[in-house]
Ligand binder design. Structure first.
Ligand code: SF4
Ligand code: SF4
Length: 193
């Protein structure tokens, strides 16, 4: 939905495999929307900032392209437009908004922004809407409710406690707002031989 330019991966999906017997599993890496966000701390012009609702945004109209934020982000979540991205008429017809981050432009930084325009409408982000495996939940930690593609709403606290949820590289003190549920209770194919 964001007309993400070629070469950028707002959610990069890594394939993990812990040992040769176990099946592989997947690790999607969006922007973690860190509460203690190193990207926002280093931005010299305030183009990257943390909103009260928890979303970390980038205002391309203020960004000067210094790329300090890319160096500061330990998750590799940010991309820089070295060249003018290709455009579609639909993208160019849109009025730039910091909540959309398009039309895209050369010389600025971009990243996953948790689809704030959809959140404003009470909808799930595009990734959660598209995840027909119902693997992605999105919600409000203060209200303690998260919801997936199937419309199933559960307690965030209970989900994390029961499934052993964790945040990625939380020891860095970034206070990421994305949690992962580790692969558990899975039935693996029997090892050959
Ligand atoms: S994941 Fe990176 S870009 Fe996103 S808020 Fe954290 S430090 Fe900033
Ligand atoms: S590249 Fe843009 S958003 Fe990143 S630190 Fe520099 S001015 Fe801020």
């Amino acid at each position: 939905m964001h007309f993400v330019p070629p070469g950028q991966e707002w959610i990069k999906v890594f394939k993990n495999r812990d040992n040769h017997v176990a099946d592989a599993y997947w690790f999607p890496r969006p922007c973690m929307q860190c509460d203690n966000s190193p990207c926002a701390k280093v931005c010299p012009v305030g183009a990257t900032f943390k909103r009260e609702d928890g979303i970390v945004l980038v205002d391309q109209e203020r960004c000067i392209g210094c790329r300090y934020c890319i160096a500061a982000c330990p998750y590799g979540s940010r991309s820089f437009n070295w060249v003018e991205p290709p455009h579609t008429p639909q993208e160019l017809a849109a009025k730039y908004s910091v909540e959309l981050n398009y039309p895209h432009r050369k010389g600025v930084v971009e990243k996953c922004i948790f689809c704030p325009t959809l959140a404003r409408e009470g909808k799930l982000p595009a990734c959660a809407q598209a995840c027909t495996m119902n693997a992605i939940y999105f919600g409000d930690q203060v209200e303690d409710v998260v919801t997936n593609h199937a419309g199933v709403s559960v307690s965030f606290t209970q989900l994390i406690r029961e499934k052993g949820g964790f945040s990625f590289m939380e020891d860095l003190g970034t206070e990421p707002r994305v949690w992962y549920l580790p692969p558990r209770d899975r039935v693996y194919a029997a090892p050959k031989g």
